[in-house]
Ligand binder design. Sequence first.
Ligand code: FES
Ligand SMILES: [Fe+2]
Length: 376
Amino acid sequence: MLDLRTKLQELAALPADRPMGMPGAYYTSQEQFEWEKSTVLRHGWHALGRCDEIPEPGDYFTVQLLDEPLIVVRGDDGQIRVLANVCRHRGMPLAEGRGNAKRFVCSYHAWMYGRDGALLRAARMDNAAFDSKNCRLHGHNIQIWNGFIYCNLDGDAAPFGEESAPLDQMLAPYEPESFRLVHVAEENWHTNWKCLVENFMEGYHLSVVHPRTLHGYTPTGLARKSVSGPGFTSYCANYPDDIPSRGDGAPGLSDAERQRSSLFARFPTQVTSQAASLLVSICIFPISADLIRVKWTMSVYGDDLSDETIEARIKLWEEVNKEDREKLERMQIALKSQHAHAGPLAPDDYEGTIRDFQTWLAQEDARHGAEAQAAE
Ligand code: FES
Ligand SMILES: [Fe+2]
């Protein structure tokens, strides 16, 4: 694994005009995955979903983020909280799937928790050491950005700040927080989490992998690198001039902004496509070196799109995701080969985002490596 970490530093230090990809083991080694889990993943901000998935008090959904089962719930005060989905008695998960709950009642011995995680009742607890105040569900660190809910398991990551101003500026004209949710779906993909980030974020494959679904709108040849910075990257998938309008979106958008999808990643695990009328985002939940849970959401701007158009867009994205998944799952097998060497990357407009991701991973790795060493 040290070899892979050394390799990552070497590649990140290459001159900008000769970028290279990482070897297959970087994406298939379970040891590497465990290291990432305890460092870059545990430390990062992870998108869990959209605020309007849970519009009413008591609305909740559950997710598994690394080793942590979570309940994402809206409280009586209207605040969104991310609670540990682990009973304080003996560890049973309290909720599954999604729904609305007045209280969370454990299915094992019926301890009952409020929507804010406070323990409200525990029957027959005649134990001198028992104090319900010490039995709250753990509340994780969260932040809301552009209508997305993010969680940090470590509890010590700084919220997004000035450093992501270029991304904020790029997205602001689209009014991302005004988008309303129309679709949520989840499935497991047999791929490495980094492979999906890279795949979603490069325009090099668009015309090859998606000849019927995307090529007509976002051909590879029109892909252009866009803003990047600490913890994010982006590119513009521009539409040809002659395609029909895909919806007006926010009034402040320029014609150029209406004629493209802005694809961005918030590292480590969120990838998103922001267009005038359509916002599609994937939350990646890494499970093992070669397995992820994919949760994707689709949101639309106001009433821009008719119900039929929304249905058609959902179908289109299902097809696009299927095309990507098929490629990634086949590649995951080949990446185990001893001959899966690092290859050269395409120029910035096509694969510069992969290079940004690599650079960020290398910086994070070096920082966590130094911390681990200092702790020894
Ligand atoms: S484990 Fe939840 S009440 Fe016992
Ligand atoms: Fe794709």
